[in-house]
Write a protein of this length. Structure first.
Length: 457
């Protein structure tokens, strides 16, 4: 019944703290529902990307596809943290109720990301043409290596575009209009689903599969750019001037996010590359399938927690600390309960689900499945906590924690995979993540966090 209270079309009165809290929950509730549609469509693409393609691609080609696709997360730091900074920056400008300043922030931020995307896309394309693919992925088939290189070149261009479209999504998060992003993303996933099915029917190669998935989903976000222009929140004619005025501030704010993304890339995003270099692309397929199974836990929780970043940022800019305190407690408890329950169910039913899903083409060891399940719980709770930290601009502390995590986890993954095989990847992540996060957030930074979240108004 409480949820139904917030699922209304009309806005709450925001002249009081209680009204502002209700309005944030209203926008977050609609964002969760829209995100459910978006993630549902995205999960359909994820499921069918396995069942439709692995029978004709085989484990080796499928593993190469997953390795290249994983670069999207691994290279997100190339946006220099501007996209993440834009969420907080837009939230801050929006709280001041100055339409001209808000439009300048949005136009300048998106203009800067467009330039970054063009440079990064071109640079990655040249890198893809130069890299020694035979050493990066352990295959001897010359045609397969050529296909991998072609897919990587296309990925480079799509990734440059993705940096810009991710910035558009960050703007809507800062405006607390994430539900519009999710509705458009759902549409993009449906188009992607159709494109993926057609590509699979034609037994298309890796470049076409990348275009059908990453390409169509990125292009759909341009509908949101048109929406910003219609609302007079983005002006193409003002973009050069706005970039000049906003760049210094965004780079300064984004600097810490940039370092955080680099560290995250090292600690999380390099897994596929580590596995491919040590064990070959077929092993990447095994690990990717295990990870994708537990996305049935991580994705629904992302639906719930991601919209809270903008809500925390808005509350922080207006000094509504009671909202922050209450929301953090509920989100953490709910995330822990759902993650534990979902991961346990998937672990015990995983063997049957994976056999049905892959048609018996990929076998995932039980120990690996159990470790990925445990890592899923830790990761989900970490994401919920990170939304709070990002929203209240506690970024420096995150940089320290993640940097220490990377210093220890990367050599453990690289060295451990030779001794333990695939299980070394999640095992190293679990041990180091638990130790670093408990130590720093439980002891070193606890006084600062405690004093912040217990402030009374």
């Amino acid at each position: 019944m409480k949820l139904l209270h917030y699922l209304r079309l009309s806005a709450f009165d925001v002249s009081t703290e209680a009204g502002r809290a209700s309005e944030r929950y209203r926008l977050a509730a609609w964002a969760v529902l829209a995100n459910a549609a978006s993630k549902g469509a995205a999960m359909a693409v994820m499921v069918l990307s396995v069942s439709l393609t692995i029978p004709y691609l085989g484990a080796q080609r499928f593993g190469i596809w997953m390795t290249i696709a994983s670069f999207a997360g691994m290279l997100s730091f190339l946006g220099l943290g501007v996209g993440n900074a834009l969420t907080n920056h837009v939230a801050s400008r929006s709280a001041k109720s100055d339409a001209a300043l808000l439009r300048q922030a949005i136009s300048g931020g998106l203009g800067l990301l467009l330039m970054i995307g063009l440079v990064v896309g071109a640079g990655l394309w040249l890198l893809a043409a130069w890299l020694p693919w035979a050493k990066l992925i352990k295959v001897d088939d010359a045609l397969l290596l050529l296909e991998a290189q072609s897919a990587a070149k296309l990925f480079a261009l799509l990734f440059g575009l993705n940096l810009f479209t991710t910035g558009i999504q960050s703007v809507f998060a800062g405006l607390q209009r994430s539900f519009e992003v999710y509705l458009v993303s759902a549409l993009g996933s449906l188009v992607s689903l159709l494109a993926l099915w057609l590509a699979a029917q034609a037994q298309a190669g890796l470049p076409v599969l990348l275009a059908a998935t990453l390409g169509t989903q990125s292009l759909s976000i341009f509908l949101l750019l048109a929406l910003l222009a219609m609302r007079n929140l983005f002006a193409l004619g003002e973009i050069i001037t706005a970039v000049g005025k906003e760049t210094a501030g965004l780079i300064r704010i984004g600097g810490l996010f940039f370092v955080l993304q680099v560290a995250t890339m090292i600690g999380w995003g390099a897994d596929a590359l580590i596995i491919s270099s040590a064990m070959g692309p077929a092993a990447v397929a095994v690990y990717s399938i295990a990870q994708r199974l537990f996305q049935f836990v991580t994705q629904p929780l992302a639906m719930m927690n991601t919209p809270l970043w903008g809500a925390y940022a808005d509350a922080h800019s207006k000094g509504d600390f009671a909202f922050i305190r209450r929301t953090l407690k509920v989100s953490m408890l709910l995330t822990l309960g759902v993650a534990l329950s979902g991961a346990t169910i998937l672990f015990f039913s995983g063997e049957w689900l994976l056999h049905y899903w892959t048609g018996g083409n990929v076998l995932v060891p039980t120990l690996l499945l159990g470790l990925v399940a445990l890592w899923t719980v830790l990761e989900c709770c970490g994401v919920a906590f990170a939304m709070f930290l990002n929203g209240v601009q506690v970024v420096k502390q995150q940089v320290i924690v993640v940097s220490v995590f990377c210093v220890f986890v990367l050599p453990l993954k690289i060295g451990g995979i030779g001794l333990l095989g695939l299980v070394a990847i999640p095992l190293a992540a679990i041990v180091v993540y638990a130790m670093t996060h408990i130590y720093f957030y439980g002891f070193v930074f606890y006084p600062k966090l405690k004093s912040f979240i217990t402030i009374s108004n």
